[in-house]
Design a protein around this ligand. Structure first.
Ligand SMILES: Nc1ncnc2c1ncn2[C@@H]1O[C@H](COP(=O)(O)OP(=O)(O)OP(=O)(O)O)[C@@H](O)[C@H]1O
Ligand SMILES: [Mg+2]
Length: 459
């Protein structure tokens, strides 16, 4: 269930947006203005903010960055007010929602911040067994470690465990540990006291406190750095956390679920993941098989998505032709359920006629098999060619790759903003804004030549 904060008057068209969001299962909070909105975010957090452009969206986005609160902001306004839309996007809003709102757009936004709350669709024996086990352990309060390839449904399973637990009426909070730089992640997890860092103008609750009485999913925990791993361990063991800059620990009653696409045991062996935290998290381990290992799920899932996307697009519900079914079952699905979902979404839009035929099933080229580990023959290591540079990026987020590229280019240009912007093909202004964001998030940025690293010069 996505938590949405609406900033603006609910009497006008934003009220319609609020009603649609609630009808789609979102949990709603509202604030009359930006300052009140930030107060709510500090106290309760949210998965998404909708802010009327009559309010200062730029200030809101900047203030969230200053306070290290990671929450996407979508600006809302009249579609004919192009200037306000452009201003909001430049200021860092993730998107612009034209008012009056379209139900489909709101549904898409909700889906982007929280997977749909349906019960997982399962039929293959490998999955029904796993689901039964998940429901059984849901009742206990032990931590659960969910593993599985990307797109197998780790978050879906985590939500299901929450829904089947005694904490179902509490909040489910998910945090993607791979998506945020360390400083921002820390403040997202534990919150902070007033004055903890220069932008911390007020105290703020982190995800642990937001999930009080509920469940916290630490997604992609394998990417978390060792310092934060130690803090998580303490939170689980002591059932208390320390806000940044806090003088006394805060008691928390939260059930921890963790998910990762990595093999954490191997990460432990390689010294990249704390063994004690691993054992704490892996009290119960649930491994979701890849879709190719549970072929019995392919068609039930495909039919489920065909129905869902027909409804979402106001199209008649149609079945799959036998030929389409053969094509789906024969595919290897390297992107797992997410790939199947996207394929069916496209198919629903492309199909003509009474059934969804094979011609509407547009399969993306199968990705090359994962690069093998270096092989040793007669103890002489055989060099394995490095993967082509772009293939090596698969699995990483665009935002993160962009950040690394920008910072790397900037240090290549010895901090010269003009040169770097030219090389990157972006405006100096965009570059400055990005660097500002990174710095606010605690990432170290190469200084302007001849300036101290955190000099007063902009950008
Ligand atoms: N059993 C299922 N029933 C219905 N939908 C599913 C199921 N499994 C996955 N999905 C859908 O597939 C998509 C991917 O699922 P999810 O986000 O849970 O996967 P994930 O393992 O967390 O992926 P990633 O590693 O990429 O984060 C979502 O849109 C989800 O709704
Ligand atoms: Mg996930």
């Amino acid at each position: 269930m996505a938590r949405i904060l609406i900033i603006g008057s609910l009497e006008a068209e934003l009220g319609a947006a609020a009603r649609i969001a609630v009808a789609r299962g979102a949990r709603l909070a509202a604030a009359e203005g930006v300052a009140a909105g930030i107060e709510r975010l500090r106290a309760q957090g949210a998965d998404l903010v909708l802010c009327d452009v009559v309010h200062d969206v730029g200030w809101l986005v900047a203030q969230l960055a200053e306070e290290r609160i990671a929450c996407p902001v979508v600006a809302c306004g009249r579609p004919d007010d192009a200037e306000a839309a452009v201003r909001a996007i430049r200021a860092g809003a993730k998107d612009f929602l034209p008012l009056p709102p379209e139900a489909d757009l709101i549904a898409a936004m909700l889906q982007a911040v929280a997977a749909d709350p349906d019960r997982p669709v399962v039929q293959d024996a490998a999955m029904t067994g796993l689901l039964a086990r998940a429901e059984q352990v849901a009742r206990a309060d032990a931590s659960v470690l969910i593993t599985g390839e990307s797109g197998t449904g780790k978050e879906v399973l985590a939500r299901h465990i929450h829904a089947a637990s005694r904490r179902a009426r509490g909040t489910f909070v998910a945090l993607n540990c791979a998506a945020l730089p360390e400083a921002l992640l820390e403040s997202e997890l534990f919150g902070h006291e007033k004055g903890a860092f220069s932008g911390a103008v007020a105290a703020r609750k982190g995800k642990f406190e937001q999930a009080e009485g509920g469940t916290l999913l630490l997604d992609e925990i394998g990417e978390m750095d060792p310092r934060l791993q130690a803090k998580i361990l303490r939170a689980i063991q002591e059932r208390e956390i320390d806000r940044l800059g806090g003088a006394a620990p805060v008691k928390v009653d939260v059930r921890i679920l963790a998910a990762t696409h990595r093999d954490l045991a191997t990460e432990v062996a390689r010294g990249r993941f704390r063994e004690d935290l691993y054992f704490r998290l892996a009290v119960v381990r649930l491994r979701i098989p890849a879709l190719r290992e549970r072929q019995g799920d392919i068609l039930p899932l495909a039919r489920h998505f065909a129905r869902r996307y027909a409804r979402a697009n106001g199209l008649p519900e149609r079945g799959l032709s036998p030929e389409a079914e053969r094509v789906l079952v024969a595919h290897a699905w390297p992107g797992n359920v997410r790939e199947l979902e996207n394929t069916l979404h496209r198919a629903v839009l492309l199909a003509e006629g009474h059934a969804i035929g094979a011609e509407a099933i547009d399969l993306l080229e199968t990705a090359p098999p994962p690069t093998p580990e270096p092989v040793a023959i007669n103890a002489v290591p055989v060099a394995v060619a490095p993967p082509p540079p772009v293939a090596a990026l698969v699995g990483r987020r665009v935002e993160e790759v962009e950040r690394d590229l920008i910072i790397e280019t900037l240090s290549h240009c010895l901090g010269n903003r003009t040169r770097a912007a030219e090389m990157l093909g972006i405006s100096i202004r965009t570059l400055r804004n990005k660097l500002h964001e990174y710095r606010a998030a605690g990432v170290s940025v190469p200084p302007v030549p001849g300036q101290p690293p955190y000099g007063a010069v902009a950008g």
